[in-house]
Each structure stands twice: as structure tokens, then as C-alpha cells.
Ligand binder design. Structure first.
Ligand SMILES: Nc1ncnc2c1ncn2[C@@H]1O[C@H](COP(=O)(O)OP(=O)(O)OP(=O)(O)O)[C@@H](O)[C@H]1O
Ligand SMILES: [Mg+2]
Length: 284
């Protein structure tokens, strides 16, 4: 299915029952193997959009195609065989008494044997650094630990498409980095198609190829991180900011007139640009 469109959205509008228009004029598509980010401030519509993409919210004008079929014509089972959604709030997702039982629920339901399920559960718990918590009560976990268990629950099922609502929110810095590395690995090595909603502007340029900015339920910009992260003023308009490193270099370039070419978005790129400028100064 390389390069084929897996999710194709053309949403004219979506309203909640209280008449809040949460989405309008959204035309985006996700190809097989792509890692897409949805970036937007609080209330911009990220969670709503992911729920529409997972077939949970159906009352929209327009169409959402999963592998070419209108998602509202598919049964929940047909959708969940392909797509897994991580909820923003882990308490909405977790329900079994213990960690092991919760993570095992999906694979058992998909018909895997007890032995295969057990292997999948332990592998997924290892992936999220929670292998020592298998017998722990869900109730007693910290927020970040619950988040990891939700992700393990999906990893154990091995979906082709993962929709992640703020997967790194509440994780400590190392957990955040490891989570992004794990998702990147799933994407690059196993070809899992990933859509991730976030407002972590410092994180996304390091990992994502493709990014959309949502503002008041509309996509206001899309492209590579370089295309999307432009000037600080544009970001302020959508209640976001540039990554810290980009903001600093932007100021050095425009206020202190230091000769940067493009604005780097990551620490690694910034370091290279700064070393280049230092070399040029030495040669003068
Ligand atoms: N069940 C609901 N009923 C009515 N309005 C809702 C409901 N859920 C969300 N909304 C509204 O829809 C809009 C989009 O909300 P959504 O949760 O999709 O935003 P978000 O981008 O995920 O925000 P956050 O970053 O805070 O998670 C908001 O204005 C919100 O108030
Ligand atoms: Mg949300």
C-alpha cells in the first residue's frame, strides 16, 4: 500500500450538538507510511478532528474515506482493525483493574492466543519503559504512567494507522524524547501511518515530515516544518510560537543582523549554522 492514500478528509463542517462549529473546510489526506502532525492551540479542533478520523464523531458534512470507503459505512470492528486512537485523557481509555489486563484486552479481542498476547503485552510494556508494572493496579499509576500504558495498549495490537492525541503530554523530558523516538521507529521501520495532535512546537521539527496548523477548526497552513514555521508574528496569530531555538536565531538574524541564512528549527541545525558563521568570521 506504499504511497496510497489511507485517510482522505474533505470536511465541510462539523458542529457539536450545542452548535459549536468545531471544524470547517478541512481537506487533508494521509498517505501510507506518512508521519503527520496536527499542531494547534487549545480548542483549535485537534481532538475533534482525530475523533472524526476514527469514526467516533459521524455528524459532519463532507466525507472521510478510509482506504477509499466512507468511514460512516464501516462497522466499528472494521475501523479498529486498521486504526488505533490514543485519547488525550488516559482515564477515558483505561478500564481494566491491572496494567497487564488492560494492555492484553486489545490483542485478546483481536483473537490472539494467550501466549501470543502475553508476548505482545510484555513487548509493548518494554517499549514504553513499564515492564515492571504489569501487575500494578491502573488506579494507582501516575498520569504519565497511565499515558504510557494507553500507548502500550495500542502497540500490543499492532495497528497500521495510529492516531495520537497529545501522546507526549504529561511525560517527563526523557519519556517525551523516548516516546517520539519509538513513534518514529514504528513509522520508519514498520511503516505505521501516524497522525499526531500536539502543541509541542519544540518537539515536532525534530521528528515530523508533514505538519498542519489548525486554528479555530480550520487548517491555516500545511507543509514541512520549514514551510510551516515562518515568522514569530504568524505563529502568534494562531496562538503558537516558533520553537525556542528558532526564535533565538530569528532575533539574532533580524535584530542583531547576524548573517544567518535559513532559520534552523532544531538544536542540531542551529549548531551547524552557528559553527558555519564562526568559521566565516575567522576567515575574514
Ligand atoms: N462535546 C462537546 N460539546 C460542545 N463543544 C465541544 C465539545 N468538545 C469540544 N468542544 C468544542 O470544540 C472546539 C474544539 O475542541 P477540541 O477538543 O477539538 O480542541 P483541541 O484542539 O483538542 O484542544 P486542546 O489542545 O485543549 O486539547 C472547542 O471550542 C471546544 O470547546
Ligand atoms: Mg485536544
Amino acid at each position: 500500500m506504499e504511497n496510497s492514500v489511507r485517510l482522505d478528509l474533505d470536511i465541510k463542517s462539523f458542529k457539536y450538538p450545542d452548535n459549536t462549529v468545531a471544524l470547517s473546510d478541512i481537506q487533508i489526506s494521509m498517505k501510507s507510511g506518512e508521519f503527520t502532525g496536527l499542531l494547534g492551540s487549545n480548542g483549535s479542533g485537534k481532538t475533534t478532528l482525530l475523533k472524526v478520523m476514527d469514526g467516533l464523531l459521524k455528524d459532519f458534512d463532507g466525507s472521510v474515506l478510509l482506504d477509499g470507503t466512507e468511514i460512516r459505512r464501516l462497522s466499528p470492528k472494521e475501523i479498529y482493525r486498521k486504526i488505533g486512537l490514543i485519547f488525550q485523557n488516559p482515564d477515558e481509555q483505561l478500564f481494566a483493574p491491572t496494567v497487564f489486563e488492560d494492555v492484553a484486552f486489545g490483542p485478546l479481542n483481536m483473537g490472539f492466543s494467550e501466549a501470543e498476547t502475553s508476548e505482545r503485552v510484555l513487548g509493548a510494556l518494554r517499549d514504553v519503559d513499564m515492564e515492571h508494572y504489569a501487575q500494578k493496579s491502573i488506579h494507582n499509576l501516575s498520569f504519565g504512567q497511565k499515558k504510557r500504558i494507553c500507548i502500550a495498549g495500542l502497540l500490543a495490537m499492532g495497528h497500521e494507522i495510529l492516531l495520537m492525541d497529545e501522546p507526549t503530554a504529561g511525560l517527563d523530558p526523557m519519556g517525551e524524547y523516548r516516546m517520539m523516538r519509538l513513534l518514529t521507529e514504528l513509522n520508519r521501520k514498520k511503516g505505521v501511518t501516524i497522525v499526531m495532535a500536539t502543541h509541542s512546537v519544540d518537539l515536532v521539527p525534530v521528528f515530523l515530515d508533514n505538519l498542519y496548523i489548525l486554528s479555530r477548526g480550520k487548517i491555516v497552513r500545511g507543509g514541512s516544518p520549514e514551510e510551516v514555521f515562518t515568522a514569530p508574528k504568524d505563529m502568534e496569530e494562531v496562538k503558537l510560537r516558533l520553537p525556542h531555538i528558532a526564535e533565538m536565531i530569528y532575533k539574532l538574524k533580524h535584530e542583531d543582523k547576524i548573517g544567518f541564512g535559513k532559520i534552523p528549527l532544531t538544536v542540531g541545525e542551529a549548531r551547524r549554522e552557528i559553527l558555519k558563521i564562526m568559521e566565516d568570521v575567522k576567515e575574514d
